[in-house]
Design a protein around this ligand. Structure first.
Ligand code: ZN
Length: 379
């Protein structure tokens, strides 16, 4: 080897050594970056998870502190929309923090999602348990029935679709009156206005037909969850249905009970409380068995409503001039849920909390009615 070659060999060794050092440094930097990224993501995950948990538990405590009979978020359609949206956005915020970064550990993301799903399931189960507690506390006899049978309506009526009881809900009125007339009962020469416009809230400014529909939809959702088949005469305010037509809808659906939801009004603003109309003992259009079962249904609905809401129970009235009761071929009741002419009760009727309590109470009344026998199906 001459000097020239030796010089070239040294240069080559030096270059290789520099390259090796560079490779080691680059690897070290890359490894460090990766570890740093993963650590940051893990931190974000746990923060997102704990903030989700906080939101869930905060919601739970708020709704029960207010005494709201709220529903497990999984199934709700209307009443829980607000709380559902809150939970949903917390979860999606958490999951975007997990999935968006490029260097996220796949297993870690999966574990986090499982953890979030688990927390959400637990929160829902807690909700359901608390709801049962609220209902049992509010309505002692339903609590007893529920404890004896191991559950409420859903199981009492069995999983078989044929055994499901059919509830027809009629939210009273609509966005316009119908001034034509119709017979007040089958075969009657007495004619009555097809539909009146209903009342308005003195404090809330809401129309009665709006409140009736809002409560009706909440009651529908509760009863569906308890295993009933539920039908509505209307799900919108923009419709034209007379009182007779509404009863005929219940008849053709083969409904087991017909619940008509209304709000009351009085010239006396201090007047407040709930009451029910049913067929009276001498109603010429309704058979004896139906009169009896209608009265049972009215009594249970009123009792359960006021137990849940704390309103005054004003009693049961004979509604023999009520077209919708006279045409019905099943126990039919008008629930006057409260007075919109009383500012306090009006605000209760118009608000989310009041409506949920009323719907929860009425659902308990339906459970109690069907728990008491065959429900007095039309004879
Ligand atoms: Zn009304």
């Amino acid at each position: 080897m001459n000097r020239k070659k030796r010089g070239a060999g040294k240069a080559l060794y030096a270059a290789m050594a520099v390259i090796a050092v560079l490779i080691v440094l680059a690897a070290g930097v890359l490894f460090g970056l990766r570890r740093g990224t993963i650590r940051r993501e893990s931190l974000q995950d746990s923060e997102a998870a704990s903030s989700t948990k906080e939101m869930l538990s905060a919601e739970t405590s708020v709704s029960y502190a207010e005494g709201v009979v709220s529903l497990p978020p999984s199934e709700e359609k209307t009443e829980g929309a607000a709380s559902d949206a809150g939970t949903g956005s917390a979860l999606s915020a958490a999951s975007s923090a997990v999935t968006e970064p490029a260097l996220i550990d796949e297993n870690e993301a999966e574990r986090t999602e499982q953890m979030l799903a688990e927390q959400s399931r637990e929160a829902r189960k807690e909700d359901a348990d608390k709801l049962k507690g609220v209902i049992r506390a509010a309505v002692p006899h339903v609590g007893t029935y529920a404890a004896e049978s191991g559950n409420t309506g859903a199981q009492a009526h069995g999983g078989d679709a044929k055994e499901k009881k059919i509830v027809m809900i009629d939210p009273g009125h609509q966005d316009h009156a119908m001034t034509d007339t119709e017979p007040v009962g089958p075969g009657s020469g007495e004619m009555k206005q097809k539909l009146t416009s209903g009342t308005d809230g003195t404090a809330s400014g809401k129309h009665e037909y709006e409140v009736n529909l809002e409560v009706g939809l909440k009651l529908r959702d509760l009863l569906l969850k308890r295993g009933y088949e539920v039908l509505m005469t209307r799900e919108t305010n923009d419709i034209s249905l007379s009182n007779m037509e509404r009863a005929l809808m219940a008849n053709s659906a083969g409904a087991d009970i017909f619940l008509r939801l209304h709000c009351n009004s009085s010239t006396d603003p201090s007047q407040r409380g709930a009451l029910c109309y049913k067929a009276g003992p001498n109603n010429p259009f309704v058979g004896e068995a139906l009169i009896k079962s209608g009265e049972q249904l009215a009594a249970l609905l009123l009792e359960s409503q006021v137990a849940a809401t704390g309103q005054n129970a004003l009693g049961l009235l004979d509604g023999d001039d009520m077209t919708g009761i006279n045409w019905a071929a099943m126990p039919a009741v008008i629930v006057e849920m409260g007075y919109m002419s009383n500012p306090d009760e009006d605000m209760f009727l118009a608000g989310e909390t009041g409506q949920l309590l009323i719907a929860g109470g009425l659902a308990n009344g339906v459970d109690a009615f069907f728990a008491g026998g065959d429900g007095g199906k039309a004879s």
